[in-house]
Ligand binder design. Sequence first.
Ligand SMILES: *Cc1c(COP(=O)(O)O)cnc(C)c1O
Length: 219
Amino acid sequence: MSISINLQEIKSSIPESITLVAVSKTKPVSDLMEAYDAGQRIFGENKIQEMAEKYEETPKDIQWHMIGHVQRNKVKYMAKFVSLIHGVDSLKLLKEINKQAKKHNRVIDCLLQIKIAKEDSKFGMSFNDASALLQSNEFSELKHVSIVGLMGMATFTDNLSQVETEFKLLKSTFKILKILNPKLLTISMGMSGDYKLAIDCGSTMIRVGSSIFGSRNYQ
Ligand SMILES: *Cc1c(COP(=O)(O)O)cnc(C)c1O
């Protein structure tokens, strides 16, 4: 099995307008570099410390996406280099990202994570919370963050019609919130098992790990 072949297969099966985030979590830098050498420049990690270590060891034209749940006290470790934070789920977190971005004289792009799955284990905001955040004065005062879209994770299930319903919910949420905030452009949804369905439902950014790098073993 070859990482570069997997990557080429996925890229040739999706429209060019779709952004592919190669999810390299748990994988060694050597695997990541195989994807890099095949042309991939956007990588996703779900742990800030692991991402920061990989950032130090890899070429500086890589765009690093934080796709996991973000702890506020760790934002400082990625503020100088992260290019997109997918999992923003509170104003409190956004304020911390703003504070750390300011120290580096940056504006950090973020996605609001919307809870679309029925599972309790999934993080994310309700439509009402996201809508209130986007219209709040407190948010309008944050000059070092920019909300550029939404992210969602479907329920982990074989029931594709349920997954489809959840993806469509994210798309319709996006359409309404975009009226409040025209800066919203990105819908991050779809992983190895469901990215084709996600694209059919309106995804603009997919996060694919195991279909590129092989299955992960957590030890
Ligand atoms: C791990 C992960 C992915 C990639 O999952 P695969 O099934 O390996 O493609 C996508 N999104 C998030 C948030 C993840 O944590």
